[in-house]
Structure formats: C-alpha cells, structure tokens
Design a binder for this molecule. Structure first.
Ligand code: GDG
Length: 801
C-alpha cells in the first residue's frame, strides 16, 4: 500500500472545496456540508468509547476545584464531526499539547481551554485521565481574538516579523474579552492556594486578571514561542498592557535565555522596574515590591515514550514499508511541520530543488518527504503560504519526478503519532529549517526514536532547540547555498560520525525530557516565586508572644537576609529601613542584636557598617566580635599548611572556569560561582570537591547558594548562635536566614525561639517571608510589640561580659 502520494498545485475544484471548508469552519465544524447533531459514541485516543451525552452531563458529584490548573488556548482534544456526521474528540496537534499531556495525566489537575469548535458549550468531563474544562468561544471571538490578534498580530510579531503583523483595535478588544473569560474559568476551577499554569501567547493577560480575581493563587506562565527583541516588540500598540498582564505571574518561563533577556529588557525600558538576574521587582500597593522571576526553561518531549514506540515491531515494519513504497532510495530526507511560514518550508524546497537542478542529487537516490500538517487555515497568510508551498512542490515534481521516483512526497495531513515515528525511523536525514521557532519538538522527537544511533539532524540555528542540540548540523536557513552544502554533507556523512553525533544528541534529549521541564518549572514556581509579600498573620501572632519574654537575642544573617544577593559581594548593602529598625531594637531594654555571617569579620564590617552595640560573628562562627575587641584565631601550623594547600588547589581549579572566583577567609576559602553558567558552576564545584577530597580529606565543606566553602576549622552558624545565646543569656532567640548554611542555626533553636526563613526553599524555620524587604518590617514589629508590652525587668546582662 502506498500511503504517501505527492500533492501538487491545487486544482480549481480543490480551491472551491477549500473555500467551503473555510466557510464551514466559520460555522464551527470540520465538515460543514455534513454537520449534524448526531449523538453517536466517540472514542478518544487510547481511551474508552464515551458518548457525547456523557461528555455533556456533569458527573453526579463533580470535583469542582483542583490544586493544579493548566490553562491554554486549545485543549488536548478537539471536538470534531466526521463526514458521516459522527462526533468525536480527537487529540489536537501541536507542541504545547505534546509537552503538557504527560504532566496533566499524572496529576489530578484540570485543563482549561477551548475545544476547537465555535459556538458550542460543553460541561467539564474527563478524557484519558485528564479533567477537561472547556471554555466556549463564539465565531466572532475566534475571528478577532484567535485568528486576528493571536495569529495575525502576535505570532508574526514574536517571530521576528517574518510575515507583517496586522494591528487592529477591535482584535485587541476581543483579546482582552476572551482572556478575561479564560481567567474566570481558571479562577472557578482553582482550589484555594492552587497553582495555575497559564500557557502561551494567546493568554498573556490572564496572569494579571487572575491575580486580581484570586490573590491566593500561585501563578506561572510559559511562553512557547520566542519573545522578540525590544526593537520589534516596541511596535505593538498594546506593549505595556501585555507586559503588565504577564507580570501578574509569579514565574514567567521562556524557551531560551535570549527570550527571557528580551522580556526583562522590555520591562526595564517600558516600566523602569529594577531587574537583577532573573528577578524583577514589581512595585505593588503600599510601597511593597512583588518579586517576579523571568527565566528560561527549554521545553522537551517524553523521550522514553517515543523510544518505546520506535521499538514496536509493527512500527519498525512500517518504517521499512515506507522505504519500499518510496522506491528504496539511498537517502530519505524528512521534514515534519505545521504548515506555517515560520518553519522555512519554502527555503527548504528551494535548496532541495536547486540540488536536483544542478545535478548534485538525483530523484533515484534521494527523496524528500514533507509532512505539512494543516494549520490556521482561516488566516490569510496561511492560505497564501499553502498555495505558495504547493506551487513549489508541484513545479519541482513536474520538473524532476519520474514514473518510478517522486522527488517530493508531500502530505497535507495530520498523521497518528505511530506513523510519525515510522517516518522518523525511515528518514536518514531530518531537516528542520525554521526561520524562527520557540523550541521545535520535531527535532527532539527524531533524536529520541533513533535507538540505532543513526540518522543526521540538520537544524536551524534559529530554532530554540539549537541552544541544546549543538551536535546537529547547524544551518542558517536564509543561506540557501549553506543549506545545500549541509544537506550534501548530511547525505555523505560517514557512519562513525553520524553515530558520534547522534549519541551526544540523545544524551541531551533523554537527560532533559518533558518531565524534567515541567518539574523544574513547577518547583521554581512553588518554591521560588510564590512566597507572598508582607508579614504573614501566623508570624505576627508568634512575634507577639515572643516579644514579651524577659530578654531577647535578635540574630540575623546578612547576605540574602537583610541585604539582597548581588553579583559582587563587596556591593552588598542592607535594604532601606534595616538600620533604623536595628537602631530601635538596640535602644530597647533586654534586647541584643547580632549579625551571623559566613563572611569574614572584616568583610562583614565593611558591608554592614554595624552600630557598635551589634554583636558580630563571621566565617560561620570561627570569628567573633562581642562587646570587647575580637580574639585571635590562633591557627596552628597544621591548619596553616592545610590553608596553603587549599589555596593552591582552588586557584588552579577556578582558573579554568569563567566567572568563578575565590574569597579568602581567616580559616578557609570560598569558591564563588554565581557569575558562571549553572552548568560550569556545578562542574567546577564538583572538580574542587574531588581534587581537595584527595589531598585534604578532613576539610569542612559547606555548600551555599552558588558558593562552596572549605574550612580548616570546623564551625557552623549553629555554633555561632549557641555562643551568642550563652554570651547574652537571652531567654529567647530570633534567627532570620535565607541560605542552606542558616539551617544549622535553625537547628540550634530551642522551644519558644523563633526561626524565620527568608525566601523560598525547604527549611527548618517555622516562619517565612518573601525577601529582605520584609525584614525591617518584621524588626519594627518586634520593637512595636516590645514597647507596647514592656518586658519584665531583666536587662540584657551578658553572662560573659
Ligand atoms: C509551538 C512552538 C515549541 C506535527 N504534525 C503532526 C504531529 N505534529 C506534532 C509534532 C510535534 C508537534 O506537533 C509540533 O511541535 P513543534 O515544536 O515542532 O512546533 P509548534 O506546533 O509550532 O509548537 C514551538 C512548541 O510549541 C512547544 O513549546 O517547540 O517552537 O512554535 O510534537 O510531532 N503529530 C501528529 N501528527 C501530525 O501530523 N501525531
């Protein structure tokens, strides 16, 4: 059976039937001239047969709210009506669904989205393990919000204006209206404190709308397509409204580092907000700042699922059959894309046509299989593109095909995933020539199925995947000669080189699969971005009891606790208001204040400029400055020798990595990696551990945020706190810290003491605030409470004084 047939320039009849489809789609169905309200059973992909009545009838006891809610324009299933009138739900195509399905199936969450058909209302239902909450859209909504603003304004603008974007005010109004409808549906489906994950460019206003409706929610947003450079983004008449919409989220995810950078730059240019690394400080009510994180999370695929499909004997047999059906050419080149002008299909055809024309390849030896899945067929630019592509295919086939060999086997269809995998297996060369692409999952799918470690991936540098898949043959698709050379190189590549490259590519794809992507995003969202600003009620309540004790010790870590983390440690300064709050506390009876830092004392004094009454401990408690001048450390000869060796090894290790540097401390050294890439930072830290472990096995090693500390004398912030407690004789201790090294101090707290974790992440502390901005507020509150309820007479008489 030959399922692959060439498609040529459409005939007049085909054009008429396409127009009928378009008219029908406007009425909300796939096969308009056959559309009926037949209530026949339908079968979901891999799922049980379910009748339309069942779908439209809510379950007896519906679970109405969920702890995890995904929101995207399209649901994972589309409502379709077959030519014979049978209605069914069909898996909807595209990268977003491919990526999100595994997460939603494994979690008891809900997916809010449009079911792919206009003017139809559906009650929530369950499909293949996923709770579906359909949002209904009218035909006018679709025209203005979806085809108009989303696909004819934002899509071309965000893809480097490959096609000119159209700006229409009525489209924008529809975009606002429909975004509100999605936000309302998500708000209704979300349980108290739920995590809501909003997806893609069609719904950029939803995060702000949701935050206004439901401040209790944790809100994430992921942009599946590129975010353009400011010079392009600035064209958008509603550029500030869109940014403001996105900034309603706690975490905004992008595909590439460059996209996150473009977004942060636009925020700086248009709002003037402070951005520091991935953090953006968004001013809120009452002078408080909300911290929003904008960071890249490259999306991926369920690599194991693809690999498993590829192992199935019937799919391998199908791959062999495809080869035979194509006349057993020496090389099969494959392209798989939604029919979209961003994918560079025309450029690819041009290069292939020229290779045939100049005789570099022949139709007997090489066949190009091009799957162009139907997409956005009501948008003018896509109709024109289809005509253009099919004209080019027709010309090339007309000029070069023979009776037995077709030059381009072109398919304007969607295929089941099994058929896609068989095609990937059959292809010797995979061509991904996107002019701009957020990621491109097709490239990763090709790699995942190639268990034989064979096949060559030719990949555009303008696809996000090129940031990770560096062992592909990378091309600039605008350079037709370059693309032709790359195709010839791929065809002729010797097997050992193909295998070497494919092995490396597979490591990347299997190490960073879609589960790693979603769990990394959700972990960052829940732990990193979502601590609410201000002083939580339970903390205020606990402070009331705490403040009335006889004598208090208020001990504070410095970096990350009273001072935001900055690139250069010497630039670190406490946030405004901290000094005044400390001043008030040290003026109160029975209250002592201490700084407990990992820095050396000298460095702590320099950045903190503390009042003389403030007690200091540095180097994790190795150095102490109480009310009398500091003591000598008195390192012995063995410790001094160890310090020398430590310095020698660390200097050598750190020299090889950009952005790594060493800080000297009285009894140790710290290796800082916050200016290196995450990968390089981890590698140099690993290296340092291994090399030092071999020569100095007894060193104390302490890991902080992007810092690894080695010390020849053992001490922790817990030891420091014990020492301060003994010295001050305090009845109760308050300790605030942000880092893993502060966990030692939290461990040393007694019943009645109070631990305050600054920021996200697991902690032994009983209470938590969002960031250093909250610390002066907490300190002032302690002072207020202390003044309002004066402590019984015990002054802070230090036992060691
Ligand atoms: C957007 C961004 C980003 C295609 N045809 C058929 C079919 N597909 C599947 C592919 C793949 C997916 O659709 C396409 O994903 P891409 O990533 O290549 O492209 P977009 O649809 O433009 O996706 C993109 C993605 O979102 C995820 O964030 O990577 O940059 O533009 O999975 O296999 N699947 C089946 N039949 C087809 O005919 N079964």
């Amino acid at each position: 059976m030959r399922i692959i047939g060439a498609r040529v320039n459409p005939t007049a009849e085909q054009r008429v039937s396409r127009a009928r489809i378009v008219r029908g789609l406007r009425r909300g169905c796939w096969y308009p001239w056959k559309f009926t309200e037949v209530r026949a059973p339908c079968r979901y992909r891999n799922g049980p047969a379910i009748s339309i009545e069942a779908v439209n009838t809510p379950a007896a006891e519906p679970k109405v709210t969920y702890a995890l809610v995904a929101v995207s324009n399209r649901l994972p299933v589309d409502f379709v009506v077959a030519e014979d009138g049978t209605e069914s739900w069909k898996t909807s195509p595209g990268g977003l669904v491919t990526a999100l399905e595994p997460l939603m199936r494994s979690s008891d969450g809900a997916w809010v989205g449009w079911p792919g058909v206009a003017d139809r209302e559906f009650a929530p239902f369950e499909n293949d393990g996923i709770n579906i909450v359909p949002v209904s859209l009218t035909d006018a909504d679709l025209e203005d919000y979806y085809e108009g603003f989303s696909n004819d304004t934002l899509w071309p603008l965000y893809h480097d204006v490959i096609s000119p974007p159209s700006f229409h005010r009525e489209w924008w109004e529809a975009y606002v209206r429909v975004n509100r409808r999605f936000a309302e549906a998500a708000a209704a489906a979300a349980a108290a404190g739920a995590t809501v994950w909003v997806h893609d460019y069609q719904l950029q206003l939803v995060p702000r709308m949701l935050r206004d409706m439901r401040p209790d929610l944790v809100i994430g947003f992921f942009n599946h397509i590129p975010f353009p450079p400011y010079g392009i983004y600035a064209q958008l008449p509603w550029r500030k409204q869109i940014l403001d919409g996105l900034l309603g989220a706690d975490l905004i995810g992008f595909q590439r580092l460059a996209d996150a950078g473009n977004f942060s730059r636009a925020v700086r240019r248009l709002f003037g907000y402070t951005t520091r690394g991935v953090a953006i400080d968004v001013p809120g009510a009452g002078g408080h700042h909300r911290r929003v994180i904008a960071k890249h999370f490259p999306i991926s695929i369920d690599a194991v699922a693809y690999a498993d499909l590829a192992k199935r004997p019937e799919i391998q047999a199908r791959a062999r059959r495809i080869r035979e059906d194509l006349g057993n050419p020496k090389t099969i080149i494959l392209g798989v894309d939604r029919l979209d002008y961003t994918k560079g299909i025309g450029h690819r055809l041009k290069a292939f046509g020229e290779l045939l024309e100049d005789g570099s390849i022949s139709v007997e030896d090489v066949t190009l299989v091009q799957v162009a899945s139907p997409s956005r067929e009501r948008v003018g630019a896509y109709m024109a593109l289809r005509d253009e592509i099919e004209l080019a295919v027709g010309r090339i086939n007309g000029d070069y095909s023979t009776i037995s060999h077709t030059a381009i086997s072109y398919h304007h269809h969607g295929y089941p995933r099994e058929e896609m995998v068989a095609l990937y297996l059959a292809a010797d060369v995979m061509l991904v020539t996107a002019l701009r692409d957020g990621m491109n999952l097709v490239a990763k799918e090709y790699v995942a199925v190639r268990d034989d470690k064979d096949g060559v991936l030719v990949l555009s540098e303008f696809a996000g995947a090129a940031d990770e898949l560096k062992q592909a043959v990378l091309i600039n698709p605008h350079d037709i000669d370059g693309m032709k050379a790359a195709i010839l190189r791929a065809i002729a590549m010797p097997r050992p080189e193909r295998q070497r490259r494919m092995r490396a590519l597979r490591r990347k794809v299997f190490d960073n699969d879609v589960a790693a992507w979603s769990s990394s995003f959700l972990r960052t969202l829940r732990e990193g971005a979502a601590v609410q600003p201000g002083v939580p009620d339970d903390l205020a309540h606990a402070l009331r009891d705490f403040s009335s004790a006889g004598s208090l010790l208020i001990a504070l870590d410095f970096d990350g606790t009273v001072a935001p983390i900055v690139d250069n440690p010497q630039d670190s300064r406490a946030v405004a208001g901290t000094r005044e709050a400390v001043e008030r506390l040290i003026g109160l009876d029975g209250v002592r204040v201490a700084l407990v830092s990992g820095r050396s004392l000298a460095s702590l004094r320099q950045v903190a400029e503390p009042q003389v009454e403030v007690l200091l401990t540095g180097s994790h408690g190795i150095e102490v400055q109480l009310d009398t001048p500091g003591e000598e450390l008195g390192l012995d000869q063995d410790e001094l020798d160890q310090l020398d060796t430590l310095a020698r090894v660390l200097e050598r290790v750190s020299a090889s990595v950009t952005g790594a540097w060493i800080e000297r401390k009285p009894a140790g050294l710290a290796l800082h990696t916050r200016k290196s890439t995450a990968q390089a930072g981890q590698a140099v830290q690993r290296d340092a551990r291994v090399q030092l472990g071999a020569v100095l096995p007894d060193l104390t090693v302490r890991e902080g945020k992007n810092v690894l500390e080695f010390s020849v004398r053992s001490s922790s912030k817990g030891d420091a706190l014990e020492r301060l407690r003994a010295y001050t004789g305090a009845d109760r201790v308050f300790y605030a810290g942000d880092d893993v090294t502060d966990e030692d101090a939290f461990t040393a707290l007694h019943p009645g003491d109070l631990g305050l974790k600054i920021g996200a992440g697991t902690s032994l502390a009983g209470y938590r605030v969002r960031g250093p901005e909250e610390v002066p507020i907490v300190l002032q509150l302690i002072a207020d409470l202390r003044e309002a309820a004066p402590a019984p007479g015990t002054p802070g008489t230090p036992s060691e004084r």
